[in-house]
Design a protein. Structure first.
Length: 197
């Protein structure tokens, strides 16, 4: 059994692309950063904590945990939660580069065996006016997205350049890294077996 330890609709949609049967689990963990913790370390720790939170409910499953932390000049850009904070984040990011650190962990609940990766994505924001930011927020409410811009939606119009190894990492679940992990854990991926006799 495969379990996605996340209530994120973005991660659920991404994992669905692999055409594997899975169930979701709400990990309900404290996502506060630890003191002095780097954004990469926070993302990896929270991905692991989410996976571990599902072990009791799914003791025989392969569990996926993932987390993303956005960073601008060493400061975290959390999920804004409301329009005011989203507006402030976008205006702060205007004309600047934001790094999105996306961590994924695959955990075999029964044995504790795990694999993990951190996939960074660098996003260069266009120089934005307050009117452009307000227009974007009127059309798309990205209040549940770190950095306040949905690259899979209208947020792409706010961006000048995206640099990274995996386009799905920016949306919240790095599928290239995850598929490599699943293969290591002997999960048969539909596309990988389609042409086998």
């Amino acid at each position: 059994m495969l379990v996605l330890a996340s209530t994120s609709r973005y991660r659920r949609e991404l994992l669905s692309r692999l055409r594997l049967q899975f169930t979701t689990f709400a990990p309900n963990i404290d996502e506060s950063p630890a003191g002095g913790e780097s954004p990469e370390r926070t993302a990896l720790r929270l991905a692991a904590a989410k996976a571990q939170a599902a072990v009791r409910a799914f003791p025989d499953a392969l569990i996926i945990g993932s987390d993303q932390v956005a960073e601008l000049d060493g400061l975290r850009l959390d999920k804004p939660g409301n329009r005011e904070r989203a507006r402030a984040q976008l205006l702060h990011a205007s004309g600047r580069m934001v790094v999105f650190h996306t961590a994924v962990m695959l955990l075999r609940a029964r044995t504790g065996e795990s694999a993990s990766a951190i996939v960074p994505t660098t996003v260069q924001f266009r120089t934005l006016t307050s009117q452009q930011v307000d227009a974007y927020l009127d059309l798309e409410q990205p209040y549940d997205c770190a950095g306040s811009a949905k690259s899979e939606g209208l947020g792409i119009t706010l961006l000048e350049r995206i640099t990274g190894d995996d386009p799905t990492a920016l949306i919240g679940l790095p599928l290239i890294a995850l598929t490599s992990m699943l293969a290591r854990f002997d999960v048969q991926l539909p596309a990988a077996t389609a042409n086998k006799p």
